[in-house]
Design a protein around this ligand. Structure first.
Ligand code: ADP
Ligand code: MG
Length: 635
């Protein structure tokens, strides 16, 4: 072997390696995700270049990633048939963290690290982390030693890079062992730390690939033990043979038994075609610059390359069945979703998403206040990042929405702190919320009324909570609400239906809050309104009244509680009121005296038609229904 040449890491890199690795990644197991995503990037680059230089493919026509494990020795090998690295690229890419110089890198790192540790202010620019490739170093989260053997199509030699955790130098030598030559691409060998050898179990690796890299657009094979059963002939028990002979049974019967034959083979472990990657997005890339942060990889896309560059699914070609299948598989659901929405957004932030309205609400009543539902799976470049959100992507009242979100604009090692502070995430959240409302609105307008009834039964409470918590979206929430009413006691109506049904002289939307449709129907407050044929909403869910009070109005019509004292039906007759006051004024005074502190005041009203009197709430006081609720809460 030619001697390995020793290189010092560029300046401070070695001292910082440890810091980077341990401060940017909270979760060790992401090393596999990072290394597979590097393999996938390398394959992407090769595929792209091969559009104009098809001969690049000839040494290894298959573009794939293979992960092999040796659990006895604690070794993981990751092999790709991608672009590989030349000797100089090995030095540039793996021995240098920031292409653009250590000083700039240090500055960026400081920002990242302070963002990480300073809990108040996570203002570090998260994009800088993605900008300075540190993904490769995540190998040292679990490894003592890393060997990278790589063959670029630009070079006729294969080189081996070797580095150890916490060392200040690495070596590069040429590969001469014919058994270790690869046709093209990169083979990474990780020698795991003593405590991390568990990662070298085939099942563990399979699980991690399925979780983090399920939708990487190249096949990922893992080395798995398999078995098949077969019948084998067995030697007969000599005692029995002898017995048979004695019995005079001449012909020899062969005995068989079933055994499991074990063998090892490559198993395809990911799905290579995520259905959310859409044509729209690819076309938007056309003519623009696709860049990675390491030269010489600035590509200019051409239209004809595009469909080949990415594996595409045009939303128009994806069937409802496929969406439903994907939903059930991804979220472990057995019921079809009620609705789905597949979209791409462009402009400031570019991402793709499929959202779903589940068919049924999860069991347990506290889900409504628990936004940590694991309902949204975030991917960056089709690599799974997290499903552990706490209101970053959806407000808690919409946390029932399930879906996948795939962005190219976030770094792979995005953390909770970064998510909360990121401007990109804030824009994403706004768009996701808007799309979720569009999807629900679509469902509410569907031919099949049952679907929306189902939705309302499961998630109506969530939307009412939205009236209270999300003023900004009142306009989107209000048309989705449903209530019983004096004219529709069996089927709920929408506010649009109510408004359409309003009488020409009716200014406001009337409601009465009660504990049931029956008691709402029997309240004396209704009398005058029914006489005028005004419809009254029956708010029978405890949260209804607060929700409606937060909305205040719908289509410029105020919500009016018919149990409050100042209700004005627009038919005041001043003359008559004066007469009444004169006639009954003293009676009122007398009643007030008798009741004393029990009532605030006794007044003459024009709101009753058949009942002699009614108890109402003050304009600024709680409604009777609220009072009932408050009492229920304090006992
Ligand atoms: P990033 O992926 O963000 O650029 P990494 O630290 O993950 O940063 O990788 C550093 C660089 O090393 C990559 O940009 C790439 O040039 C090179 N590299 C890493 N893994 C491979 C691989 N499997 N094949 C070819 N090049 C690789
Ligand atoms: Mg990387």
């Amino acid at each position: 072997d030619p001697p390995a040449e020793k290189y010092e890491y560029q300046a401070e890199v070695s001292r910082l390696m440890d810091l980077i690795v341990h401060s940017l990644y909270s979760n060790k197991e992401v090393f596999l995700r990072e290394l597979i995503s590097n393999a996938s990037d390398a394959l992407d680059k090769l595929r792209f270049l091969s559009v104009t230089e098809p001969e690049l493919l000839k040494d290894a026509p298959d573009l794939d990633i293979r992960v092999q494990t040796d659990k006895d020795n604690g070794i993981i090998t990751i092999t790709d048939t991608g672009i590989g690295m030349t000797r100089q690229e090995l030095i540039d890419c793996l021995g240098t963290i920031a292409q653009s110089g250590t000083a700039k890198f240090l500055k960026a790192l400081k920002a990242c690290v302070s963002a990480k540790f300073d809990s108040k202010d996570s203002g570090g620019d998260s994009n800088l982390i993605g900008q300075f490739g540190v993904g490769f170093y995540s190998a040292y989260l679990v490894s003592d030693r890393v060997v990278v053997s790589t063959k670029s199509p630009k070079s006729d030699k294969q080189y081996v890079w070797e580095g150890e955790a916490n060392a200040s130098s690495y070596t590069i030598r040429e590969e001469t062992n014919p058994e270790k030559l690869i046709p093209r691409g990169t083979r990474l060998t990780l020698y795991l730390k003593h405590d991390d050898k568990g990662f070298a179990h085939p099942e563990k690796v399979q699980k991690l690939v399925k979780n983090y890299s399920q939708f990487v657009s190249f096949p990922i094979f893992t080395w798995q033990e398999k078995g098949f059963t077969k019948e084998v002939e067995v030697d007969e028990d000599p005692a029995e043979v002898k017995k048979d002979e004695e019995d005079g049974k001449a012909e020899k019967k062969k005995k068989t038994k079933t055994v499991v034959e074990r063998y090892w083979d490559w198993e395809l472990t990911n799905e290579t075609k995520p259905i959310w990657v859409s044509l729209v997005n690819a076309v938007s890339l056309s003519g623009s610059v696709y860049h990675t942060f390491k030269p010489p990889l600035f590509f200019v896309m051409r239209n004809s390359d595009i469909s080949w560059f990415m594996q595409l699914r045009n939303p128009k070609e994806v069937t409802t069945e496929e969406y439903n299948e994907f939903y059930k598989k991804t979220f472990n659901e057995y019921l079809d979703p009620l609705a789905s929405s597949h979209f791409t957004t462009e402009g400031e932030v570019e991402f793709r998403s499929i959202l779903y309205v589940p068919g049924i609400a999860p069991m347990g009543k506290d889900d409504i206040v628990n936004p940590k539902t694991k309902n949204i799976r975030l991917y960056v470049k089709r690599v799974f990042i997290s499903d552990d959100f706490d209101g970053e992507l959806f407000p808690r009242y919409l946390s029932f929405v399930k879906g996948v979100v795939d962005s190219n604009d976030l770094p792979l090692n995005v953390s909770r702190e970064i998510l909360q502070e990121s401007r990109i995430v804030r824009i994403m959240r706004k768009r996701l919320v808007r799309k979720a409302f569009d999807m629900i609105l679509g469902l509410s307008m569907s031919e099949n009324r049952d679907d929306y009834d189902k939705f309302w039964e499961n998630f109506g409470k969530h939307l009412k909570l939205g009236c209270i918590e999300d003023r900004e979206n009142h306009k989107r929430i209000a048309p989705l609400l449903r209530f019983f009413s004096s004219q529709s006691e069996e089927e709920m109506i929408s506010l649009d239906e109510y408004v359409e049904n309003m009488k020409p002289d009716q200014k406001d939307i009337y409601y009465i809050a009660s504990d049931s449709v029956t008691s709402a129907r029997n309240t004396p407050f209704l009398e005058r309104l029914l006489e005028k044929d005004f419809e009254v909403l029956f708010l029978v869910d405890p949260i209804d009244e607060v929700a409606v009070q937060n909305l205040k109005s719908y289509k410029e019509k105020n919500f009016i509680d018919i149990s409050k004292e100042d209700m004005d039906l627009g038919d005041k007759n001043e003359e008559k009121e004066k007469e009444m006051k004169q006639e009954f004024g003293q009676t009122c005074d007398w009643i007030k005296k008798r009741l004393g502190e029990k009532v605030a005041s006794v007044q003459i009203s024009n709101r009753l038609s058949t009942s002699p009197c009614v108890l109402v709430s003050g304009k600024f006081g709680w409604s009777a229904n609220m009072e009932r609720l408050m009492k229920a809460q304090t006992v």
